[in-house]
Design a protein around this ligand. Structure first.
Ligand code: NDP
Ligand code: MG
Length: 369
């Protein structure tokens, strides 16, 4: 039977790669709906090729060949077996909740969903019997390594270290936007690429892992691994460590999430060769240079709305950096300032979260004036 899928964020880095995977999988999948933001030209090409019945874009009149629906409507359509949430930013949260409420499984790329509201999303998914299948490569790796969560002692998340791994703090302070966007291993959207340069991305992933795998922050380690071949690992109670390896490609975790629990040849183009890779290096992260990582651990440990503040303040600062308004290290300084001022709400509702998110963004932008 063909599996029915919709993709939110089909024109983005993950969305485009997901469609490449679907193309390889051929008849196994039917695309029900595609959603994009402003890139309607690409969306319309995708509609021509994948023939979804429904589509969403910011400009509804620009859509050709599919019926316009909202992202909420896409996520309410129970025809879907799975929805890939690959929009960037907070926009992913509400549709994800709607899909869960409708009993639809989620392939989750959008990390903001769990960083902002993991304490709401994960219990809701459990109560509705919905699978949240991680697309982020580290979490996909951990998911693939875990047989019995109750026997796991520790999660080990790998980080490539980004473009500034071998740079000094001074060189990093004066980094240009271009340098920050030159990621050595992954080709991703701009926001996540800047986060990878500050290692905030790894911090967000630690919070994501805490929610996905119900692990305390003391049980989550980060290790720098520049080759990005070991995508993450878990340590079992008896000391045995199981890691997931593969060439650095998002195609594999995307395909695993949407075909789970099956493994299909699909996107595989080349066999893995240890001898070609030759060496794998690991080192502890430099906590002084990458303060974002510490900030994220702290936000996670504080709990409640602390990570809402972290995420919103960071996102606004990254946008300001991309516009050339602030320097790279100002991102982290402004997040730290916002975190110090933030009054944490312990058990926020979804409305509290969105309200706070707005407030923090306004206040964060004031810092850059
Ligand atoms: P991109 O910036 O490349 O793509 C974002 C997508 O979201 C685009 O399709 C964009 O549409 C769409 N979008 C943005 N705003 C809106 C909106 N208001 N309404 C509807 N659609 C919108 O990001 P990535 O693909 O890199 O990342 C997507 C998510 O996945 C992020 O949360 C990221 O953290 C996560 N992720 C990404 C990885 C990667 O390798 N890229 C790895 C792991 C996680 P348009 O372009 O048409 O405006
Ligand atoms: Mg990742």
């Amino acid at each position: 039977m063909r599996k029915k899928i919709s993709i939110l964020g089909s024109t983005g880095s993950i969305g485009r790669q997901a469609l490449e995977v679907l193309e390889k999988l051929g008849d196994c999948f039917e695309v029900v709906a595609l959603a994009a933001g402003n890139n309607t030209e690409l969306l319309n090409e995708q509609i021509k090729k994948f023939k979804p019945r429904y589509a969403y874009a910011a400009d509804k009149n620009a859509i050709e060949g599919a019926k316009y629906v909202s992202m909420e409507e896409i996520c309410s359509n129970k025809e879907n077996d799975i929805i890939l949430v690959a929009v960037s930013g907070r926009i992913g949260l509400r549709p994800t909740i709607t899909a869960i409420n409708n009993g639809i499984n989620i392939a989750l790329a959008n990390k903001e969903t769990l960083v902002m509201a993991g304490d709401i999303v994960m219990p809701l998914a459990k109560s509705k019997g919905v699978n949240i299948l991680p697309v982020d490569s580290e979490h996909s790796a951990i998911h693939q390594c875990i047989k019995d969560l109750s026997q796991v002692d520790k999660l080990i998340i790998t980080a490539s270290g980004g473009p500034f791994l071998r740079k000094t703090i001074d060189e990093m302070k004066n980094a240009t936007v271009e340098q920050a966007l030159a990621h050595p291993r992954w080709n991703m959207g701009k926001k996540i690429t800047v986060d990878s340069a500050t290692l905030m991305n790894k911090g967000l992933e630690v919070i994501e892992a805490h929610h996905l795998f119900n692990m305390s922050y003391d049980q989550i380690d980060v290790v720098v691994h520049p080759q990005s071949i070991v995508h993450s690992a878990v340590e079992y109670k008896d000391g045995s460590v199981i890691a997931q390896l593969g060439l650095p490609s998002m195609h594999i975790p995307i395909q695993y999430a949407i075909t789970y629990p099956n493994r299909i040849e699909g996107i595989k183009s080349k066999s893995f060769s240890f001898s070609e890779i030759a060496r794998l290096d690991f080192e502890a992260p430099d906590w002084n240079k990458f303060k974002a990582l510490k900030l994220a651990y702290n936000a996670g440990k504080i709990g409640g709305t602390a990570s809402v503040c972290l995420n919103a303040a960071n996102e606004e600062a990254v946008f300001a950096f991309l516009k050339g308004e602030i320097k790279l290290f100002d991102i982290i300084d402004s997040v730290e300032k916002m975190m110090q001022k933030h009054v944490v709400i312990k058990n926020p509702s979804l409305d509290d979260i969105f309200e706070l998110d707005n407030e923090i963004r306004i206040k964060a932008r004031e810092l850059f004036k």
